[in-house]
Write a protein that binds this ligand. Structure first.
Ligand code: ZN
Length: 501
């Protein structure tokens, strides 16, 4: 293509390098950085992020995009050139629509709100957090108004995490999901719970780490282009398609924490490592949406890692590693134990069946806050009432209720629904993979994951941000977003564990 395009690519590569450098510093902050470096590090990250923002939103980039716009009409929309210009223009428009005063006010509000949230949660005092939350809601309303939207204010916020998705699509899908899911959860609760006490026995942490690393290798995670470290909260970050980092945490007395955390993050990491290398240092070198990203982590964690075939392959090895804890536990007992369903108050501890209900509750409340339909004062009560409706539990404290998640204190509204969208998409994609790879279960039972990974690479990972999530889902499965495949998966799997549902 033209010199103009090359010039745009050069500027965007500079932005990508600055963001990657900031991400290295953020990764280090969570893994190895000594505590005393916190203030210095905050300055360093802020400087790099500001430079990146200034370069990206400069008139130079705007002028190049304007010049290139007429050139894209003759291009195939899925070509790298057309996609790059389209995605850069989208990001550029969003960034330029936000007044810099608003961006600064938001950053200041978040730094105060985070501290207030921590204190509120520790002392179980919602009133400490409430004024900061009110301020963040107000700023998010201003943000949505500045960005613009077709139907609902929440659309503008959602669009940051899930491009192309609308609030009304999610409402329709979630409603269908909730209607069917609440009775399933009730039916499960009426059955005796499977035994899972053995999961809380002692598991040597070094052996857990080694086992997780071996599983990562088996799944196809490339250690030549990545590594795994420890952090308080597991995450995946990418500095390049050739450098994708995972973190995990290890709990001596609860086996699932480390291994399933590792497999979850591996799903994110495999996505990043699988993006077409020619897209590196461009805005296309990322997952297409948070929901699609989460579909990859959930597919590996739940549909592969918590499946019976997976443990047909690995269980004997695990028993050998931990004879004191597992010698007397059969494969069947182990499989049921790691899939135990128990409605709980805390989202991050939720099993795969009840998890989506935690998300729906948050989606409904944050949407109502943004639309001004609920007052911040009433929020704890609304939370508790809905919790009882969906999960049959009422929190005794706000720390176990409305104060449990960090997201709102970060000003991140519109983020929560992507978790549930990821679950739903994972089932749609896995159904298609099973159709395309008829002996997939046998392969998993033999510890072979290469054809599943290749399938995901070809259909999902390779494209990076070239195709929006809903279009990609349609292209791969020939279906629109739907809760049905996930519900069918849950019914089938859990009928095997809890008798007919
Ligand atoms: Zn995730």
């Amino acid at each position: 293509m033209s010199d103009t395009f090359d010039e745009l690519k050069r500027l965007l590569a500079r932005v990508a390098d600055l963001d990657a450098a900031a991400a290295v510093l953020e990764w280090d902050q969570e893994t190895y950085m000594p505590g005393g470096a916190a203030t210095a590090r905050a300055h360093q990250i802020a400087t790099l992020r500001t430079l990146s923002h200034e370069y990206f939103t400069s008139d130079d980039v705007g002028t190049l995009l304007d010049k290139l716009e007429p050139e894209t009409s003759g291009l195939d929309a899925t070509s790298t050139e057309a996609s790059l210009i389209r995605v850069a223009q989208r990001d550029f428009d969003r960034a330029r629509k936000l007044p810099s005063t608003l961006v600064t006010e938001m950053a200041v509000a978040v730094s105060h709100a985070k501290n207030a949230w921590r204190e509120a949660r520790e002392t179980n005092t919602y009133a400490i957090f409430a004024p900061y939350l009110a301020r963040l809601i107000d700023l998010n309303v201003q943000k949505a108004e500045a960005l613009g939207y077709a139907e609902q204010r929440y659309d503008a916020l959602l669009d940051e995490y899930e491009p192309g998705m609308t609030t009304s699509t999610i409402e329709t899908v979630f409603e269908a999901l909730r209607e069917r899911l609440v009775p399933i959860v009730q039916a499960i609760a009426a059955h005796p719970a499977p035994e899972d006490g053995f999961l809380y026995a002692s598991y040597d942490t070094q052996k857990q780490w080694d086992f997780g690393m071996a599983v990562l290798r088996d799944l196809g995670y490339d250690f030549d282009r990545g590594r795994q470290d420890l952090s308080a909260h597991p995450f995946t970050t990418s500095f390049s398609i050739h450098d994708v980092r995972l973190t995990t945490r290890v709990a001596e007395h609860f086996f699932p924490t480390s291994l399933f955390g590792t497999i979850h993050e591996a799903g994110h990491g495999l996505y990043e490592q699988g993006i077409d290398p020619s897209l590196d240092r461009t805005p296309l070198a990322d997952g297409t949406s948070l929901g699609m990203h989460e579909s990859q982590s959930r597919l590996w964690e739940n549909m592969v890692g918590r499946s019976r075939p997976f443990w047909q392959h690995y269980y004997a090895k695990l028993q050998q590693l931990f004879p004191d804890s597992l010698a007397d536990v059969s494969l069947d007992t182990f499989y049921r134990g790691i899939n135990k369903v128990a409605p709980s108050l805390i989202r991050v501890e939720a099993d795969e069946v009840t998890y989506n209900l935690h998300i729906m509750l948050r989606f409904e409340l944050e949407k109502d806050m943004i639309e001004g339909r609920v007052s911040i004062e009433d929020l704890p009560d609304l939370w508790n009432t809905r919790m009882e409706q969906y999960l049959g539990l009422r929190p005794d404290t706000n720390a176990d209720g409305v104060l449990q998640d960090i997201h709102w204190s970060l000003g991140a509204l519109g983020y929560f629904p992507t978790y549930a969208l990821g679950n739903l998409m994972s089932a749609q994609l896995f159904d298609q993979a099973r159709q395309d790879l008829p002996n997939l279960e046998d392969q998993i039972a033999a510890g072979q994951f290469d054809s599943l990974l290749h399938w995901l690479r070809t259909h999902i990972h390779h494209h990076g941000r070239k195709i929006e999530a809903l279009d990609l889902l349609k292209q791969v499965t020939n279906e629109e977003l739907s809760a049905e495949p996930w519900l069918a998966y849950i019914r089938e799997k859990y009928s095997g564990i809890y008798a007919s549902l």
